[in-house]
Design a protein around this ligand. Structure first.
Ligand SMILES: NC(=O)c1ccc[n+]([C@@H]2O[C@H](COP(=O)([O-])OP(=O)(O)OC[C@H]3O[C@@H](n4cnc5c(N)ncnc54)[C@H](O)[C@@H]3O)[C@@H](O)[C@H]2O)c1
Length: 247
């Protein structure tokens, strides 16, 4: 398969290695040094594009792929507010896009169990839930896209939560947390690739459900598997379409 890499940073470089190991060809590599090469003509040389750039550049790159009719895998996070708009535009223009806030198999298993756990916890309303995420200090967005997916999974399944709010680097939580609000606490520590914990706390005990990424290889492999899965399909997809877990 011919792959275009949009974003050639920490993730783009690992994705390249895995793609080559799986006998794919990289026909285009874009980073901030060669943006003029990101043309419709060059994108049309690829069977699929894999986008891991920045929150500021992802939407422009998606638009370019839609123009070229090149299926696109999006791993960049930090554009959650535009998700519905991009979904509509993808469907209206008959394009193919798969977005995952996290491509690792382990995290997608975590997403699934998180929903099941939230449903179970409806029976035990004296537990207060919160989400904690830790990432490296270069991360541009907070909360992480993964933490947002976890929070949405809880909100969709736990009756007493209807919205999330985020605090960065705060030990005591916000002063005024309403009972319907789910707190996402974001911590930034040196080179941590990504740790997410769902905490249910009561007066008598604490239940912690935690995923720790040891490196970025799991994210990159999942993105390449998604790139093998998407071509030939039309529409807007997420990782749960690819992994197909049942709740
Ligand atoms: N979904 C997942 O599984 C997952 C996993 C890890 C990281 N991420 C996300 O992926 C994104 C990239 O992460 P990273 O660690 O590789 O970041 P990084 O800072 O190492 O790399 C970003 C790259 O984007 C390039 N870039 C800048 N402008 C560009 C443009 N207009 N078009 C294309 N490329 C451009 C930069 O030159 C750089 O090479 C972040 O949003 C991060 O949160 C997602």
């Amino acid at each position: 398969m011919k792959i275009a890499l949009l974003g050639y940073g920490k993730m783009g470089k690992i994705i390249e290695k895995i793609a080559l190991d799986r006998q794919h060809e990289i026909v285009l590599k874009i980073d901030y040094t060669n943006l003029d090469d990101l043309t419709v003509e060059n994108l049309q040389k690829a069977d699929v594009a894999i986008e891991f750039s920045t929150p500021d550049t992802v939407l422009g790159n998606i638009a370019k792929c839609f123009e070229a009719k090149t299926p696109i895998i999006v791993g960049t996070t930090g554009w959650y507010g535009q998700l519905e708009l991009i979904k509509s535009s993808c469907e209206a223009s008959n394009n193919a896009l798969l977005y995952a806030s996290n491509f690792s198999v382990g995290v997608n298993i975590f997403f699934h169990i998180n929903k099941v756990l939230a449903r179970l916890m409806n029976n035990y309303p004296y537990y207060e839930v919160q989400v904690e995420e830790i990432h490296h200090t270069q991360k541009l967005d907070a909360p992480s896209g993964t933490a947002i997916t976890i929070a949405e999974g809880i909100i969709d399944n736990l009756d007493n939560k209807s919205e999330w709010i985020n605090v960065v680097e705060q030990n005591d939580g916000p002063d005024l947390l309403k009972s319907n609000q789910l707190l996402i606490e974001s911590l930034r520590i040196d080179s941590v690739p990504g740790t997410h914990t769902v905490i249910y706390d009561s007066e008598v005990d604490t239940i912690e459900f935690k995923h720790t990424a040891h490196n970025r290889t799991g994210f990159a492999l999942g993105a390449v598997i998604a790139a093998e899965w998407l071509p030939g399909k039309k529409g807007f997809f997420t990782a749960s379409d690819m992994f197909n877990f049942e709740v």
